[in-house]
Design a protein around this ligand. Structure first.
Ligand code: DGL
Length: 223
């Protein structure tokens, strides 16, 4: 089957790269809206409109299923698009990442993401449905996407910012697991693991790819 991956920018490549080797029997295509990125501080109406148009581009390319890889777009647009197009398969990345975080058995879970993702409290809601005892501690890290989009994620300035924010979550909430709640942050996973070796790091792009494998197995009728 043909599967589309939508993201606001560079981050979609990470999801695509994770999906392809796991599901070589399927064809994957991406639509990455680099013209309008970043989405992280846009209004909900704007994010909804941009996401709808990107997702429709992918369905116009004959995709059978579309993954919204962008956490921000998932928090602002996924539910509305699923309601508006009930006959189309549109899947997000929040539930996969929340499930993996809860699977880690941590009760105090850190979350970093764009301002929109953190303000939405959607991760809190999804995690609560899986395990009401698990608590999400979200922190907006709006400087990271511009660093990554500009190809400056290896800069010392980026590392200092990243380290300071994560340390804050550890000091204030004793987090044991951290969700990288933005596809762009996939590129930072190795660095976070190196800086904080005892943290369990959940990458939303990886979680979405892994959970898609299970989803397709449970839905053989889609093939
Ligand atoms: N990739 C998007 C996400 O996962 C964020 C990037 C942006 O601000 O556009 O939230």
């Amino acid at each position: 089957m043909k599967i589309g991956v939508f993201d606001s920018g560079l981050g979609g490549h990470f999801t695509l790269d994770k999906c392809k080797p796991l599901m070589p029997e399927h064809e994957f295509i991406g639509f990455f809206d680099q013209t309008n990125a970043p989405y992280g501080d846009k209004s909900q109406a704007e994010i909804l409109q941009l996401t709808e148009s990107g997702v429709n581009e992918l369905f116009a390319e004959d995709c059978d299923l579309v993954l919204i890889a962008c956490n921000t777009a998932c928090t602002q647009a996924l539910r509305r698009l699923q309601e508006k197009y009930p006959d189309r398969k549109i899947l997000g990345c929040l539930i996969p990442a929340a499930e993996m975080a809860v699977d880690s058995e941590a009760i105090s879970i850190g979350l970093i993401g764009t301002s929109r993702t953190i303000e939405s409290k959607k991760y809190e809601r999804e995690t609560f449905k899986i395990n009401p005892r698990a608590k999400i501690h979200g922190l907006a890290t709006p400087k990271l996407v511009p660093f990554i989009e500009a190809g400056n994620s290896d800069d010392l300035e980026c590392e200092i910012y990243l380290k300071e924010k994560i340390q804050m979550l550890i000091n204030e909430h004793q987090i044991k697991t951290l969700i990288l709640g933005c596809t762009h942050y996939s590129v930072l996973k190795a660095r976070v693991t190196k800086l904080f070796p005892t943290l369990e790091v959940i990458d939303s792009a990886e979680a979405q790819a892994l959970k898609l494998v299970g989803y397709l197995m449970r839905h053989p009728e889609l093939k």
